[in-house]
Ligand binder design. Structure first.
Ligand code: 5AD
Ligand code: SF4
Length: 433
Protein backbone atom coordinates (compact mmCIF):
# COMPACT_ATOMS: atom_id res chain seq x y z
CA UNK A 1 0.00 0.00 0.00
CA UNK A 2 1.33 3.43 -0.94
CA UNK A 3 0.56 6.80 0.60
CA UNK A 4 1.09 10.38 -0.46
CA UNK A 5 0.76 13.42 1.80
CA UNK A 6 0.29 16.98 0.47
CA UNK A 7 0.91 19.49 3.25
CA UNK A 8 -0.37 23.06 3.44
CA UNK A 9 0.12 25.71 6.13
CA UNK A 10 2.56 26.04 8.96
CA UNK A 11 5.47 24.07 10.33
CA UNK A 12 3.18 22.35 12.80
CA UNK A 13 1.38 20.80 9.85
CA UNK A 14 4.73 19.74 8.33
CA UNK A 15 5.56 18.10 11.64
CA UNK A 16 2.16 16.40 11.85
CA UNK A 17 2.63 15.06 8.32
CA UNK A 18 5.86 13.51 9.61
CA UNK A 19 3.96 11.95 12.51
CA UNK A 20 1.38 10.59 10.12
CA UNK A 21 4.06 9.24 7.80
CA UNK A 22 5.64 7.25 10.63
CA UNK A 23 2.25 5.96 11.78
CA UNK A 24 1.51 4.75 8.25
CA UNK A 25 4.93 3.20 7.78
CA UNK A 26 4.60 1.35 11.07
CA UNK A 27 1.76 -0.63 9.48
CA UNK A 28 3.71 -1.32 6.28
CA UNK A 29 2.63 1.55 3.99
CA UNK A 30 5.24 3.12 1.73
CA UNK A 31 5.56 6.72 0.72
CA UNK A 32 5.24 7.82 -2.91
CA UNK A 33 5.83 11.26 -4.37
CA UNK A 34 3.34 10.51 -7.16
CA UNK A 35 -0.36 10.89 -6.40
CA UNK A 36 -1.19 8.62 -9.37
CA UNK A 37 0.57 5.72 -7.66
CA UNK A 38 -0.99 6.18 -4.24
CA UNK A 39 -3.66 4.06 -2.52
CA UNK A 40 -4.12 6.78 0.10
CA UNK A 41 -3.82 10.48 -0.59
CA UNK A 42 -3.80 12.79 2.42
CA UNK A 43 -4.28 16.54 2.31
CA UNK A 44 -3.01 18.13 5.50
CA UNK A 45 -4.81 21.46 5.39
CA UNK A 46 -4.67 24.97 6.88
CA UNK A 47 -7.47 27.37 7.86
CA UNK A 48 -5.56 30.42 9.01
CA UNK A 49 -6.88 32.66 6.23
CA UNK A 50 -9.73 32.11 3.81
CA UNK A 51 -7.25 31.87 0.96
CA UNK A 52 -5.52 28.91 2.63
CA UNK A 53 -8.78 26.97 2.59
CA UNK A 54 -9.63 28.02 -0.97
CA UNK A 55 -6.21 26.85 -2.17
CA UNK A 56 -6.58 23.47 -0.48
CA UNK A 57 -10.07 22.95 -1.89
CA UNK A 58 -8.87 23.83 -5.40
CA UNK A 59 -5.95 21.40 -5.13
CA UNK A 60 -8.13 18.60 -3.77
CA UNK A 61 -10.66 19.15 -6.57
CA UNK A 62 -7.91 18.58 -9.13
CA UNK A 63 -7.48 14.94 -8.15
CA UNK A 64 -11.10 13.95 -8.55
CA UNK A 65 -10.29 12.10 -11.81
CA UNK A 66 -7.80 9.82 -10.00
CA UNK A 67 -10.72 8.37 -8.12
CA UNK A 68 -12.29 7.19 -11.40
CA UNK A 69 -9.01 5.67 -12.55
CA UNK A 70 -8.49 3.85 -9.26
CA UNK A 71 -11.76 3.11 -7.42
CA UNK A 72 -9.79 1.76 -4.44
CA UNK A 73 -8.08 5.08 -3.88
CA UNK A 74 -8.92 6.70 -0.54
CA UNK A 75 -8.74 10.48 -0.21
CA UNK A 76 -8.41 11.76 3.34
CA UNK A 77 -8.58 15.36 4.51
CA UNK A 78 -6.67 16.01 7.73
CA UNK A 79 -5.44 19.12 9.57
CA UNK A 80 -7.08 22.38 10.49
CA UNK A 81 -9.61 22.63 7.66
CA UNK A 82 -10.79 19.09 8.46
CA UNK A 83 -11.66 20.28 11.97
CA UNK A 84 -12.99 23.63 10.79
CA UNK A 85 -15.31 22.42 8.04
CA UNK A 86 -16.01 18.85 9.13
CA UNK A 87 -18.73 17.06 7.23
CA UNK A 88 -19.49 20.12 5.11
CA UNK A 89 -16.42 19.06 3.11
CA UNK A 90 -18.34 16.10 1.67
CA UNK A 91 -20.70 18.59 0.01
CA UNK A 92 -17.90 20.60 -1.58
CA UNK A 93 -15.79 17.51 -2.38
CA UNK A 94 -18.19 14.55 -2.71
CA UNK A 95 -15.42 12.17 -3.83
CA UNK A 96 -13.37 12.31 -0.59
CA UNK A 97 -13.48 9.45 1.94
CA UNK A 98 -12.55 10.68 5.41
CA UNK A 99 -12.25 13.95 7.30
CA UNK A 100 -9.91 13.58 10.27
CA UNK A 101 -8.95 16.33 12.75
CA UNK A 102 -5.55 16.90 14.43
CA UNK A 103 -6.34 14.83 17.55
CA UNK A 104 -7.11 11.61 15.66
CA UNK A 105 -4.00 10.78 13.67
CA UNK A 106 -3.13 7.73 15.77
CA UNK A 107 -6.42 6.16 14.64
CA UNK A 108 -5.68 6.68 10.96
CA UNK A 109 -4.07 3.30 10.17
CA UNK A 110 -7.05 1.55 11.74
CA UNK A 111 -9.56 3.80 9.97
CA UNK A 112 -8.12 3.54 6.48
CA UNK A 113 -7.17 -0.14 6.57
CA UNK A 114 -10.14 -1.61 8.42
CA UNK A 115 -13.07 0.78 8.22
CA UNK A 116 -15.60 -0.33 5.61
CA UNK A 117 -17.90 2.65 5.68
CA UNK A 118 -16.72 5.83 4.04
CA UNK A 119 -17.47 9.53 4.25
CA UNK A 120 -16.88 9.56 7.98
CA UNK A 121 -15.76 12.42 10.18
CA UNK A 122 -13.39 12.22 13.17
CA UNK A 123 -12.95 15.73 14.46
CA UNK A 124 -13.81 15.96 18.16
CA UNK A 125 -11.08 17.42 20.37
CA UNK A 126 -9.27 14.97 22.59
CA UNK A 127 -7.66 16.90 25.44
CA UNK A 128 -5.52 13.93 26.40
CA UNK A 129 -4.01 13.19 22.99
CA UNK A 130 -0.41 14.31 23.03
CA UNK A 131 1.10 11.79 20.62
CA UNK A 132 3.19 10.38 23.45
CA UNK A 133 5.81 8.07 21.98
CA UNK A 134 4.81 8.75 18.35
CA UNK A 135 7.79 10.45 16.73
CA UNK A 136 7.78 12.20 13.39
CA UNK A 137 9.74 11.16 10.35
CA UNK A 138 12.85 13.34 10.01
CA UNK A 139 12.30 16.28 7.68
CA UNK A 140 15.89 16.12 6.48
CA UNK A 141 18.76 13.91 7.69
CA UNK A 142 20.43 16.94 9.33
CA UNK A 143 17.60 19.23 10.51
CA UNK A 144 14.12 18.51 11.78
CA UNK A 145 11.17 19.99 13.68
CA UNK A 146 9.82 18.60 16.92
CA UNK A 147 6.38 19.49 18.30
CA UNK A 148 6.51 20.27 22.02
CA UNK A 149 3.09 21.85 22.42
CA UNK A 150 -0.21 21.44 20.64
CA UNK A 151 -3.17 23.82 20.59
CA UNK A 152 -3.34 27.33 22.03
CA UNK A 153 -4.79 28.96 25.17
CA UNK A 154 -4.74 32.51 23.82
CA UNK A 155 -7.80 34.06 22.32
CA UNK A 156 -6.40 36.55 19.82
CA UNK A 157 -9.57 37.98 18.40
CA UNK A 158 -8.69 37.34 14.74
CA UNK A 159 -7.34 33.83 15.10
CA UNK A 160 -8.95 30.52 14.25
CA UNK A 161 -6.19 28.32 15.70
CA UNK A 162 -7.72 27.70 19.16
CA UNK A 163 -10.95 26.61 17.44
CA UNK A 164 -9.26 24.13 15.14
CA UNK A 165 -6.43 22.93 17.36
CA UNK A 166 -8.04 23.14 20.79
CA UNK A 167 -6.55 23.96 24.17
CA UNK A 168 -2.83 24.11 24.86
CA UNK A 169 -1.32 20.70 25.58
CA UNK A 170 2.32 20.51 26.60
CA UNK A 171 4.16 17.35 25.85
CA UNK A 172 6.03 15.32 28.45
CA UNK A 173 9.63 16.65 28.54
CA UNK A 174 11.10 13.15 28.68
CA UNK A 175 9.21 12.22 25.52
CA UNK A 176 10.52 15.37 23.79
CA UNK A 177 14.10 14.70 24.90
CA UNK A 178 13.81 11.12 23.68
CA UNK A 179 12.64 12.33 20.25
CA UNK A 180 15.52 14.83 20.06
CA UNK A 181 17.97 12.12 21.14
CA UNK A 182 16.70 9.74 18.50
CA UNK A 183 17.05 12.47 15.83
CA UNK A 184 20.57 13.27 17.06
CA UNK A 185 21.48 9.57 16.98
CA UNK A 186 20.57 9.56 13.30
CA UNK A 187 22.77 12.56 12.51
CA UNK A 188 20.46 15.55 12.99
CA UNK A 189 22.31 18.59 14.33
CA UNK A 190 19.60 21.27 14.03
CA UNK A 191 16.31 21.11 15.90
CA UNK A 192 13.30 23.41 15.50
CA UNK A 193 10.93 23.21 18.48
CA UNK A 194 7.32 23.90 17.62
CA UNK A 195 4.33 25.26 19.51
CA UNK A 196 1.69 27.96 18.93
CA UNK A 197 3.06 29.85 21.96
CA UNK A 198 6.19 27.80 22.29
CA UNK A 199 7.84 29.83 25.05
CA UNK A 200 4.80 29.32 27.28
CA UNK A 201 5.76 25.63 27.34
CA UNK A 202 5.71 24.19 30.83
CA UNK A 203 5.09 20.77 32.24
CA UNK A 204 4.88 20.59 36.03
CA UNK A 205 8.13 22.35 37.14
CA UNK A 206 9.75 21.98 33.77
CA UNK A 207 9.98 25.34 32.00
CA UNK A 208 10.81 26.18 28.39
CA UNK A 209 14.20 27.51 29.55
CA UNK A 210 14.96 24.18 31.25
CA UNK A 211 13.90 22.27 28.15
CA UNK A 212 16.22 24.35 25.95
CA UNK A 213 19.07 23.79 28.37
CA UNK A 214 18.53 20.01 28.45
CA UNK A 215 18.29 19.79 24.66
CA UNK A 216 21.52 21.73 24.29
CA UNK A 217 23.29 19.03 26.32
CA UNK A 218 22.37 16.29 23.85
CA UNK A 219 25.45 15.17 21.95
CA UNK A 220 25.35 16.15 18.29
CA UNK A 221 22.82 18.97 18.66
CA UNK A 222 24.51 22.14 17.41
CA UNK A 223 21.65 24.49 16.61
CA UNK A 224 18.38 24.94 18.47
CA UNK A 225 15.57 27.04 17.02
CA UNK A 226 11.95 27.43 18.05
CA UNK A 227 8.76 28.96 16.71
CA UNK A 228 6.60 30.84 17.53
CA UNK A 229 7.19 32.48 20.87
CA UNK A 230 4.64 34.94 22.28
CA UNK A 231 5.95 38.32 23.46
CA UNK A 232 4.06 37.95 26.74
CA UNK A 233 6.01 34.85 27.78
CA UNK A 234 9.53 36.22 27.95
CA UNK A 235 11.03 36.37 31.42
CA UNK A 236 14.58 36.92 32.69
CA UNK A 237 15.21 33.20 33.14
CA UNK A 238 14.33 32.58 29.49
CA UNK A 239 16.21 35.58 28.08
CA UNK A 240 19.31 34.58 30.09
CA UNK A 241 19.28 31.08 28.59
CA UNK A 242 18.65 32.42 25.08
CA UNK A 243 21.56 34.82 25.28
CA UNK A 244 24.03 32.66 27.18
CA UNK A 245 23.59 29.24 25.59
CA UNK A 246 25.64 29.19 22.40
CA UNK A 247 23.60 26.36 20.84
CA UNK A 248 20.42 28.45 20.82
CA UNK A 249 20.48 30.35 17.56
CA UNK A 250 20.66 34.13 17.47
CA UNK A 251 17.37 34.41 15.60
CA UNK A 252 13.87 34.75 16.94
CA UNK A 253 10.55 34.84 15.12
CA UNK A 254 8.51 37.23 17.25
CA UNK A 255 5.04 38.07 15.92
CA UNK A 256 4.20 41.77 16.29
CA UNK A 257 0.81 41.71 14.47
CA UNK A 258 0.31 45.48 14.84
CA UNK A 259 2.30 48.52 15.97
CA UNK A 260 -0.72 50.30 17.45
CA UNK A 261 -1.50 49.78 21.13
CA UNK A 262 -5.21 50.30 20.44
CA UNK A 263 -5.21 47.56 17.81
CA UNK A 264 -3.07 45.22 19.92
CA UNK A 265 -5.69 45.61 22.63
CA UNK A 266 -8.52 44.84 20.21
CA UNK A 267 -6.55 41.86 19.01
CA UNK A 268 -6.24 40.73 22.68
CA UNK A 269 -2.51 40.31 22.28
CA UNK A 270 -1.64 40.94 25.96
CA UNK A 271 1.38 43.22 25.29
CA UNK A 272 1.95 46.73 24.06
CA UNK A 273 4.45 48.24 21.66
CA UNK A 274 6.79 49.21 24.47
CA UNK A 275 6.92 45.64 25.88
CA UNK A 276 7.55 44.31 22.40
CA UNK A 277 10.35 46.71 21.54
CA UNK A 278 12.05 46.14 24.87
CA UNK A 279 12.40 42.43 24.05
CA UNK A 280 13.87 43.24 20.64
CA UNK A 281 16.25 45.68 22.31
CA UNK A 282 17.54 43.06 24.74
CA UNK A 283 18.47 40.76 21.88
CA UNK A 284 20.05 43.48 19.79
CA UNK A 285 21.96 45.01 22.72
CA UNK A 286 23.51 41.63 23.21
CA UNK A 287 24.29 41.21 19.52
CA UNK A 288 23.40 43.81 16.87
CA UNK A 289 23.16 41.02 14.29
CA UNK A 290 20.60 39.08 16.33
CA UNK A 291 17.93 38.36 13.75
CA UNK A 292 14.34 39.20 14.59
CA UNK A 293 11.60 38.20 12.15
CA UNK A 294 7.91 38.80 12.61
CA UNK A 295 4.30 38.47 11.46
CA UNK A 296 2.18 41.54 10.74
CA UNK A 297 -1.49 41.81 9.82
CA UNK A 298 -2.61 44.84 7.80
CA UNK A 299 -6.19 46.05 7.72
CA UNK A 300 -7.57 44.56 10.93
CA UNK A 301 -11.16 45.60 11.74
CA UNK A 302 -11.16 49.18 12.99
CA UNK A 303 -7.53 49.88 11.99
CA UNK A 304 -7.37 53.62 11.30
CA UNK A 305 -4.83 55.41 9.11
CA UNK A 306 -3.10 56.47 12.27
CA UNK A 307 -2.96 52.92 13.66
CA UNK A 308 -1.41 51.78 10.44
CA UNK A 309 1.14 54.62 10.45
CA UNK A 310 2.11 53.49 13.94
CA UNK A 311 2.73 49.99 12.61
CA UNK A 312 5.05 51.43 9.97
CA UNK A 313 6.89 53.38 12.68
CA UNK A 314 7.38 50.29 14.82
CA UNK A 315 8.58 48.33 11.80
CA UNK A 316 11.22 51.00 11.21
CA UNK A 317 12.24 51.02 14.87
CA UNK A 318 12.39 47.25 15.26
CA UNK A 319 14.40 46.76 12.04
CA UNK A 320 13.08 43.26 11.46
CA UNK A 321 15.35 41.00 9.45
CA UNK A 322 12.30 39.71 7.65
CA UNK A 323 8.53 39.69 8.03
CA UNK A 324 5.56 37.61 6.97
CA UNK A 325 2.97 40.20 6.10
CA UNK A 326 -0.71 39.33 5.82
CA UNK A 327 -3.95 41.02 4.91
CA UNK A 328 -6.60 40.58 7.58
CA UNK A 329 -8.96 37.75 6.71
CA UNK A 330 -12.12 37.47 8.85
CA UNK A 331 -12.57 33.90 10.10
CA UNK A 332 -16.02 32.62 11.06
CA UNK A 333 -16.17 31.70 14.73
CA UNK A 334 -13.55 34.19 15.90
CA UNK A 335 -14.35 37.24 18.02
CA UNK A 336 -13.45 39.83 15.40
CA UNK A 337 -15.59 38.08 12.78
CA UNK A 338 -18.61 39.51 14.65
CA UNK A 339 -17.49 43.02 13.83
CA UNK A 340 -18.27 44.67 10.56
CA UNK A 341 -15.14 45.36 8.55
CA UNK A 342 -14.20 49.02 8.32
CA UNK A 343 -11.91 48.82 5.30
CA UNK A 344 -12.45 47.78 1.70
CA UNK A 345 -10.33 45.03 0.14
CA UNK A 346 -8.51 47.72 -1.87
CA UNK A 347 -7.67 49.71 1.25
CA UNK A 348 -6.37 46.63 3.03
CA UNK A 349 -4.31 45.68 -0.02
CA UNK A 350 -2.90 49.17 -0.33
CA UNK A 351 -1.73 49.21 3.30
CA UNK A 352 -0.21 45.79 2.90
CA UNK A 353 1.73 46.91 -0.16
CA UNK A 354 3.06 50.02 1.58
CA UNK A 355 4.26 47.85 4.44
CA UNK A 356 5.92 45.34 2.10
CA UNK A 357 7.92 48.10 0.36
CA UNK A 358 9.21 49.45 3.67
CA UNK A 359 10.04 46.06 5.12
CA UNK A 360 11.80 44.90 1.93
CA UNK A 361 14.17 47.84 2.18
CA UNK A 362 14.85 47.02 5.86
CA UNK A 363 15.45 43.35 5.02
CA UNK A 364 18.01 44.45 2.44
CA UNK A 365 19.74 46.77 4.93
CA UNK A 366 19.86 44.07 7.61
CA UNK A 367 21.37 41.62 5.11
CA UNK A 368 24.03 44.18 4.19
CA UNK A 369 25.22 44.14 7.80
CA UNK A 370 26.40 40.57 7.17
CA UNK A 371 28.85 41.74 4.52
CA UNK A 372 32.54 40.96 5.10
CA UNK A 373 31.88 38.60 7.99
CA UNK A 374 32.94 35.01 8.44
CA UNK A 375 29.86 32.92 9.17
CA UNK A 376 29.33 29.28 10.00
CA UNK A 377 26.90 27.81 7.47
CA UNK A 378 24.80 24.70 7.83
CA UNK A 379 24.95 23.22 4.32
CA UNK A 380 21.50 22.35 2.92
CA UNK A 381 21.47 21.50 -0.78
CA UNK A 382 22.84 22.33 -4.22
CA UNK A 383 21.39 25.52 -5.67
CA UNK A 384 18.53 24.97 -8.11
CA UNK A 385 19.97 27.50 -10.55
CA UNK A 386 23.56 26.30 -10.63
CA UNK A 387 24.38 22.81 -9.32
CA UNK A 388 28.02 23.87 -8.78
CA UNK A 389 26.79 26.20 -6.08
CA UNK A 390 25.32 25.21 -2.72
CA UNK A 391 22.83 26.79 -0.34
CA UNK A 392 23.08 26.93 3.44
CA UNK A 393 22.02 29.00 6.44
CA UNK A 394 23.86 31.14 8.94
CA UNK A 395 23.09 30.81 12.61
CA UNK A 396 20.89 33.89 12.33
CA UNK A 397 18.89 32.15 9.61
CA UNK A 398 20.14 33.93 6.52
CA UNK A 399 20.50 32.05 3.29
CA UNK A 400 24.02 31.99 1.84
CA UNK A 401 25.05 30.73 -1.60
CA UNK A 402 28.61 29.50 -1.99
CA UNK A 403 30.85 27.47 -4.28
CA UNK A 404 32.36 24.59 -2.33
CA UNK A 405 36.13 24.20 -2.53
CA UNK A 406 35.83 20.47 -1.94
CA UNK A 407 32.97 17.94 -1.80
CA UNK A 408 30.25 18.95 0.66
CA UNK A 409 27.17 17.09 1.86
CA UNK A 410 23.84 18.29 3.24
CA UNK A 411 24.32 18.68 7.00
CA UNK A 412 28.01 19.69 6.86
CA UNK A 413 29.14 22.92 8.44
CA UNK A 414 31.48 25.24 6.55
CA UNK A 415 32.75 28.72 7.32
CA UNK A 416 32.06 31.27 4.59
CA UNK A 417 33.37 34.75 4.13
CA UNK A 418 30.37 36.82 2.97
CA UNK A 419 31.75 38.75 0.04
CA UNK A 420 28.78 39.59 -2.17
CA UNK A 421 25.07 40.35 -1.95
CA UNK A 422 22.86 39.89 -5.00
CA UNK A 423 19.34 41.13 -4.46
CA UNK A 424 18.60 39.83 -1.00
CA UNK A 425 20.86 36.86 -1.15
CA UNK A 426 24.20 36.65 0.56
CA UNK A 427 27.03 34.96 -1.24
CA UNK A 428 30.19 33.68 0.31
CA UNK A 429 33.51 32.03 -0.23
CA UNK A 430 34.46 29.00 1.83
CA UNK A 431 37.32 29.82 4.19
CA UNK A 432 37.14 26.92 6.61
CA UNK A 433 35.30 23.89 7.95
N1 5AD B 1 -6.01 37.10 8.97
C1 5AD B 1 -4.77 37.37 8.56
N2 5AD B 1 -3.66 36.88 9.13
C2 5AD B 1 -3.82 36.06 10.19
N3 5AD B 1 -2.94 35.42 10.98
C3 5AD B 1 -3.61 34.71 11.90
N4 5AD B 1 -4.95 34.87 11.74
C4 5AD B 1 -5.11 35.71 10.67
C5 5AD B 1 -6.23 36.28 10.03
N5 5AD B 1 -7.48 36.02 10.43
C6 5AD B 1 -1.48 35.57 10.83
C7 5AD B 1 -0.83 36.07 12.11
C8 5AD B 1 -0.14 34.87 12.63
C9 5AD B 1 0.22 34.14 11.36
C10 5AD B 1 0.54 32.69 11.53
O1 5AD B 1 -0.91 34.31 10.55
O2 5AD B 1 0.09 37.07 11.76
O3 5AD B 1 1.00 35.17 13.42
FE1 SF4 C 1 -0.95 25.90 11.16
FE2 SF4 C 1 -2.82 27.54 12.09
FE3 SF4 C 1 -2.78 26.91 9.53
FE4 SF4 C 1 -3.49 25.14 11.38
S1 SF4 C 1 -4.57 27.05 10.89
S2 SF4 C 1 -2.08 24.80 9.65
S3 SF4 C 1 -2.16 25.67 13.08
S4 SF4 C 1 -1.22 28.08 10.57
Amino acid sequence: MKYHIATFGCQMNEYDSGLLANLLESVGCQVTSKKEEADFIFFNTCSIREKAEDTAIARISQIKSLKYKNPNLKIIIVGCMAKNKGKALFKRLPFIDYVIGPDHYKEIPEIILKQKSYQRVYTEFDETENYQGAYAKLQTPYSTSIGIQRGCNKRCSYCIVPYVRGKEKNRDPLDILAEVQSAADRGVSEIMLLGQTVNAYHKDDFSFATLLDKISQINGIERIRFTSPHPKHYNDELIDVLLSNSKICNHVHLPLQSGSDAILKKMRRQYNVENFLSIVERFRNNNPLYAVTTDIISGFVGETDEDFEQTLEVVKKAQFDNAFMFIYSPRAGTESFQEKETLSEEEKQERHERLVVIQNEITMQRNKLMFNRNEKILVERPSTKDPDEWVGKTENFKKVIFKPTKIVHPGDYVVCHINDIRGWTLRGEVVGE
